[in-house]
Ligand binder design. Structure first.
Ligand SMILES: C[S@@+](CC[C@H](N)C(=O)[O-])C[C@H]1O[C@@H](n2cnc3c(N)ncnc32)[C@H](O)[C@@H]1O
Length: 257
C-alpha cells in the first residue's frame, strides 16, 4: 500500500506526497456502456447457484427437512451489494438473477445512469427497480445493512484511499453472512496506478493477509501492458478474486499491511 513519508527538517514538517489519481468517470461510463458484466461476478453467481441447488437437494432429504426449515425460509431473499457500481453492468445482472441489490458509487452520474438503465428494462422485466436501493457516497461512508450474502466490487476497491481501505475491508467482512461471498479486483503493487496516494494496491502476500480465514475459490493474477477503457496506455497488475467467508467473529482484528 502507498505510504506517506514525512521527515523533520529545520523549517518544520515536510510531507512528501505522491500525486493523486484524478479519474474522469463519466468518460469511463461512456466507454464501457455496452460492456457485459464482469467475469468474476458471472462465475460467482454460477458457483453460488450451484451451491444453492445442492443445499436444496440436501434439505429435501427427510432427515434434514425439519432442522433446516427456518434456514430455508431466510435463504429465500438474496441480498447483495455492488461497490463502485459504475453504470450498473454488474448490478443489472444481479437484479435479473433475482437479487435485492444495494448499489453504491461516489459519482452521482453512476447512480443516475444505473437507475435509467433499470427503468428502460422495466418494459421487459417489470419490478426490477423494486429490488434496487442505491447510495451515492464513498466506500468509507456506506450505511451498511445488517447482513449480505454477496459483495461485488469490480475494479472499484483500488480507488478507496489507503487510509480508509482497511476500515472498508473490515466492514465488508463483518457484513457478509456465514458463507457469504466476495468477488472483485485488487490492484497489485506493480500496477502503474499504484504510485498515486489515493489508490490502494497490494502485493500478493498483503492480499493473502486480507483474505485470511476465507476460502479462496479463485485467485487469478494478471500483469500486462495494455490500455484503459478510454484508450490510454497502462501497465496493469490485477488480482481477480472470488472468496467465501466464514461468519466474522466479533472483535476480529485485521493485520495492517
Ligand atoms: C473503474 S470503475 C468500475 C465500475 C464498475 N464496477 C465496472 O466494473 O465497470 C470504479 C467505480 O468506483 C467508483 N468509486 C471510486 N472511488 C470510490 C469511492 N471511494 N467510493 C465509492 N465509489 C468509488 C467510481 O465512481 C467508479 O464508478
Amino acid at each position: 500500500m502507498q505510504v506517506l513519508t514525512a521527515w523533520n527538517t529545520p523549517v518544520g514538517w515536510i510531507v512528501k506526497m505522491s500525486p493523486s489519481f484524478h479519474a474522469d468517470w463519466p468518460s469511463y461510463y461512456a466507454a464501457v456502456s455496452i460492456q457485459p458484466p464482469r467475469h468474476t461476478l458471472i462465475r460467482t453467481l454460477t458457483l453460488f447457484e450451484r451451491e444453492r441447488r445442492l443445499d436444496a437437494q440436501a434439505r429435501s432429504q427427510p432427515e434434514a427437512r425439519e432442522s433446516r426449515k427456518s434456514e430455508a425460509t431466510s435463504a429465500r431473499v438474496l441480498r447483495a451489494a455492488d461497490l463502485g457500481c459504475g453504470n450498473g453492468r454488474d448490478t443489472i445482472l444481479l437484479l435479473e438473477r433475482g437479487w435485492q441489490v444495494l448499489a453504491i458509487d461516489a459519482e452521482r452520474q453512476a447512480i443516475a445512469t444505473l437507475r435509467d438503465r433499470v427503468q428502460k428494462r422495466a418494459r421487459h422485466t417489470p419490478n426490477l427497480g423494486q429490488h434496487l436501493t442505491t447510495q451515492s457516497c464513498s466506500f468509507a461512508d456506506i450505511d451498511w445493512p445488517a447482513s449480505l450474502q454477496l459483495i461485488n466490487a469490480s475494479f472499484s476497491l483500488p480507488f478507496c484511499p489507503p487510509d480508509r481501505f482497511l476500515g472498508v475491508w473490515q466492514a465488508i467482512r463483518q457484513v457478509l453472512q456465514a458463507g457469504g461471498w466476495f468477488c472483485g479486483q485488487f490492484f497489485g503493487d506493480r500496477d502503474e496506478w499504484s504510485v498515486y496516494d489515493n489508490v490502494t494496491s497490494v502485493s500478493r502476500s498483503e492480499l493473502l493477509v486480507l483474505l485470511q480465514g476465507a476460502k479462496i475459490i479463485e485467485l487469478e493474477e494478471e500483469e500486462y501492458d495494455g490500455q484503459t477503457a478510454t484508450g490510454t496506455p497502462k501497465h496493469w497488475h490485477i488480482f481477480h478474486v472470488i472468496v467465501q467467508f466464514p461468519k466474522a467473529t466479533s472483535g476480529e482484528i485485521l493485520t495492517e499491511c
